[in-house]
Design a binder for this molecule. Structure first.
Ligand code: N2P
Length: 392
């Protein structure tokens, strides 16, 4: 296990280093399949004759609706798109073996376990002509949980971090200056007792929250040690009374409206909250913070469940999302770092250079990948989590 973790860490460090060189080296691969332009207009090359359906189950707020619409138009496919907001919810569904979906997108934390449980079918790479666009460092990282990259095709990667409503936090803190470590805002009672008045939200997921608490305590963020997990639970218990809600997606609109002021959230989702507030012109100023002490990092990948009925369409969709133009437009909408490496250069420059979307090497060096856990560790953290939420 230790060996595996070290390898993962090395791979992620490489990813971070490669992610920070300006707009990112553009890697050219010549897609053999019909390419689409950014508007999603049908290409002139012969479109595959496939018709039918595609049932996608993916994270909420994780695709530009135009991406789906253009894919439907170009391929004559009707897409049904359902959402989840935690790996736990997705896992419960795919492990039944009868998900009813053709594509899902778990995070690296669950990929290995779900492959071993037999939940997926291998990807036919011959149908993914854009395969070479995938950032090789992401593939290296995923190789540790999916040897040979047989089952999982990276979609986006990103961070778990803190978002704040700047004015509300400043007001609630009063004379107290902002902490040097932004995690203090949500984990230190001195701060949470003040921010309680304007609304704190935590991830509604032990898999996302425990690593952050462990890291804050200076412990291995992926520790499976029972005492470490208890220490993390104690930290969370100490601020539990100041937490208004546990949410892994609802915090986006609450923040945008000004109903929350300090949240743990997915980086891109916090950006979306910022964009929604700006669009509403409601005076809410959201900042996506990138604590210098580091953040949680994940990679989400497309996978095809064993019971998928529309396997060819699933491959087509995966391939479509890796097209640099499509990926860039999609990334600009969801504000996450696309797995399609050449897409970075095609993104809005302010996003391609945003350190909360592509964190700096300094931050990355202090960060951690949220890694798979043993069944015992999962059980233990779920037990502690239930007690925490019940206020015990
Ligand atoms: C999308 C949240 C996705 C990321 N809204 C979590 N891995």
């Amino acid at each position: 296990m230790m060996m595996k973790r070290n390898l993962l860490f090395t791979a992620v460090t490489a990813l971070f280093l490669s992610a920070c060189g300006g707009g990112g080296g553009s890697q050219t691969s010549a897609p053999a399949a019909p390419a689409s332009d950014a508007s999603g207009a049908a290409s002139t090359a012969a479109a595959p004759a496939a018709t039918g359906e595609l049932n996608i189950y993916n994270w909420s707020d994780y695709v530009d609706p135009d991406t789906v619409a253009a894919f439907e138009k170009e391929n004559g496919v009707t897409v049904r798109y359902d959402y989840y907001d935690s790996n736990e919810t997705l896992e419960a569904k795919v492990l039944t073996g009868k998900s009813g979906y053709d594509l899902v997108a778990p995070s690296i934390v669950s990929v290995g376990r779900q492959i071993q449980a037999g939940a997926y079918q291998p990807i036919d790479k011959s149908q993914i002509s854009n395969w070479n666009n995938i950032d090789p460092e992401l593939l290296k990282l995923m190789d540790q949980v999916d040897p040979g990259n047989q089952y999982a095709v990276p979609y986006f990667w990103g961070i778990n971090t803190v978002g704040i409503n700047k004015d509300k936090v400043a007001k609630a803190l009063g004379d107290m200056p902002m902490p040097e470590n932004a995690w203090d805002l949500v984990f230190k009672p001195e701060y949470t007792s003040k921010l309680k008045s304007c609304g704190i939200s935590f991830f509604d997921s032990p898999a996302e929250l425990f690593p952050l608490a462990l890291h804050y305590l200076g412990k291995d963020a992926n520790s499976e040690n029972v005492d470490d997990l208890k220490a993390a639970a104690d930290l969370l218990k100490a601020v539990r009374g100041d937490v208004k809600r546990f949410s892994s997606s609802g915090y986006i609109d609450d923040m945008a409206r000004g109903d929350l002021c300090a949240v743990t959230g997915y980086g891109g989702d916090l950006h979306i909250a910022q964009t929604r507030a700006n669009d509403a012109n409601n005076g809410v100023k959201i900042e996506v913070m990138v604590p210098v002490t580091g953040v949680g990092v994940w990679v989400d990948s497309f996978m095809i469940p064993k019971d998928a009925a529309n396997v060819a369409n699933a491959h087509k969709y995966i391939n479509y999302t890796l097209d640099p133009k499509v990926a860039a437009q999609n990334a600009d909408f969801v504000s996450y770092a696309p797995a399609s490496k050449p897409a970075r250069d095609l993104m809005k420059p302010e996003y391609a250079q945003d350190p909360s979307i592509f964190p700096s090497p300094e931050v990355m060096a202090k960060s951690f990948v949220i890694l798979p856990k043993s069944p015992d560790a999962v059980k233990q953290s779920v037990r502690l989590w239930q007690q925490l939420k019940a206020g015990q």
